[in-house]
Design a protein around this ligand. Structure first.
Ligand code: MG
Ligand code: ZN
Length: 215
């Protein structure tokens, strides 16, 4: 017999996530949750995405980190409102943290909130935040076997960004292998090959995002 110790915690989280989702819908705000390992390029992707979409949408960012406000400062330096959540050690964001962050944002004056989840490929999958869509970023140096090793996060993604494409010549990363294991896990996920350094693929990704925001 298995004792499901996490069940009440997840049920409470799901209730709060549903309330967040309803609040966002009421204010016509699209919330994108971005999940990835530490160092995959979440903050750089957010900044590049903002550059493409800031003329078109009113954007804010919620930054989740175990400690520090380094990433929130980078976002604020670009002139975008950012709320920092320090999880105090927790390796994922939860709906209750997002609820508090949403209270600090002028929802009626926003179109898009981008959430940078804590760097982790495991437990963010368990905690619904009330997001409208979920993106996973994998960077080339992490290896093409990650969908096989962390199937859960790739299976729930609406969209996957393969980042640091400019580093391909330096690593034994098979785009074909990565693409086929992703397709086996999640045939409907959109996939963009990008480089936040060279900006390759960023405009295509931003166009895709803007199409689902407007849908
Ligand atoms: Mg970051
Ligand atoms: Zn966690």
């Amino acid at each position: 017999m298995q004792i499901e110790i996490n069940k009440p915690i997840l049920e409470l989280n799901d209730r709060l996530a549903a309330a967040n989702r309803a609040l966002l819908a009421q204010n016509k705000v699209f919330m994108l949750d971005i999940m990835a390992s530490p160092g995959a390029g979440k903050t750089a992707t957010i900044l590049a995405t903002i550059e493409c979409l800031r003329e078109r949408y009113r954007i804010a960012v919620i930054e989740g980190d175990v400690a520090s406000d380094v990433d929130a400062q980078k976002i604020k330096a670009s002139g975008i409102t950012a709320v920092q959540i320090n999880t105090g050690g927790a390796c994922h964001l939860e709906a209750a943290m997002i609820e508090r962050a949403l209270e600090m944002l002028p929802l009626a004056e926003l179109d898009l909130i981008i959430v940078e989840n804590v760097g982790n490929l495991v437990c963010p999958t368990e905690f619904d935040l009330g997001q409208t869509a979920q993106a996973v970023i994998l960077s080339v140096p992490e290896g093409d076997d990650k969908p096989q090793k962390y199937p859960g996060i790739f299976a729930i993604a609406d969209v996957v960004l393969l980042n640091k494409l400019d580093a391909l010549p330096l690593f034994d990363f098979s785009v074909e292998q990565f693409t086929s294991s992703l397709e086996a896990l999640n045939p409907t996920a959109a996939l963009f090959q990008v480089s936040t350094r060279t900006k390759a693929g960023i405009a295509d990704w931003a166009t895709w995002l803007s199409n689902i925001i407007d849908a």
